[in-house]
Design a protein around this ligand. Structure first.
Ligand code: NAD
Length: 290
């Protein structure tokens, strides 16, 4: 069945994700603060709204693909979107948000507005968003997930992670791994290069060996070796995700000494690189430090 979907946040990820929904035959009402992103969305067949409040009319679900928990809460609560949700419609936060805040938000939405929340953050990058091959980590109640599943399936493969906020928790942990892998991969490859080896030869070996990861299989070959540094995922957002993971570790009462060091280094890079740097720039930054 074709759905009517509201979508707020049409940036690097939200725009191609909305295109997948449109291609699957759903109707999508979209809003973004950036006029360029909004017109790119209309060019793909989306229905642009003039304000954030304009995306809720007759919708079955509302997808948020925004930078942070702060903005997600602002849009839903301060800007009054939660109050405009039609009866039975479900909010799906696909942003990489803070799990503790997602839990509280779900409770506020339920008690204050009778609105249900599913968290469904994604991994797979801009490429995965364009191809509809994202991995979507879905937290929430089965009944609510059933409402949104046909929409999510147009964007990727679903993994049910558990109750509300579990998707956001797992996404932060995934990115902690991804960021740590990228940094240590960069350190190792810079050492090998200094020793006289070619990065592409090293990657060929490592990708058939036990040191491989998303960083050796995707990030280094596609964005670092060709020196394009244009993955479409910013360094600032990666640092945000690492801090979420650190907070989660603290919340559950565990220490993460190795990860803490990685977060420190990434934060230092964020302070030294331009504000809009791509996260793959960490590889170049790490070479300068060695
Ligand atoms: P982005 O900065 O490209 O897009 C965010 C969009 O939200 C922008 O277009 C911005 O104009 C819009 N926006 C901000 N505040 C708004 C508001 N109040 N109302 C309406 N629109 C508003 O970011 P992105 O890379 O698309 O990432 C979005 C989320 O997805 C983040 O949580 C990020 O961590 C996560 N994520 C990104 C990637 C990636 O590869 N880029 C991959 C997985 C997850």
């Amino acid at each position: 069945p074709h759905l009517t979907i509201g979508m707020i946040g049409l940036g690097n990820m939200g725009l191609p994700m909305s295109a997948r929904l449109l291609q699957a035959g759903h109707r999508v009402l979209g809003f973004d603060l950036s006029p360029e992103n909004l017109s790119a969305f209309s060019a793909r067949g989306g229905t642009p709204a003039e304000s954030v409040g304009g995306v809720t009319e007759d919708i079955d679900l509302l997808i948020l693909m925004l930078p942070s928990s702060d903005i997600v809460e602002n849009v839903l609560l301060e800007q009054g979107v939660a109050a405009r949700m039609p009866e039975g419609a479900v909010v799906v936060d696909m942003s990489s948000s803070v799990p503790g805040r997602t839990k509280d938000l779900a409770e506020r939405l339920r008690t204050g507005f009778g609105v249900r929340l599913v968290d469904a953050p994604v991994s797979g990058g801009v490429k995965g968003a364009v191809a509809g091959t994202l991995t979507i980590m879905v937290g929430g109640v089965d009944e609510d997930v059933a409402v949104v599943r046909p929409a999510l399936e147009a964007m990727g493969r679903l993994v049910r992670t558990g109750p509300v906020a579990s998707g956001h928790a797992l996404k932060a942990l995934n990115n902690l791994l991804s960021a740590t892998h990228l940094l240590v991969t960069s350190e190792a490859l810079h050492v090998g290069t200094r020793f006289g080896m070619d990065p592409e030869v090293m990657l060929e070996a490592i990708n058939g060996a036990s040191g491989r990861s998303g960083s050796t299989e995707n990030k280094w070959p596609n964005f670092v070796v060709p020196q394009t540094y244009d993955s479409g995922f910013s360094l600032a957002l990666m640092v945000k995700d690492m801090k979420i993971a650190r907070e989660l570790a603290h919340d559950v009462g565990l220490g993460t000494p190795l990860a803490d060091r990685a977060v420190e280094l990434w934060e230092q890079a964020a302070g030294e690189l331009p504000q809009d740097a791509d996260h793959t720039e960490i590889a170049r930054w790490s070479a300068l430090r060695q």
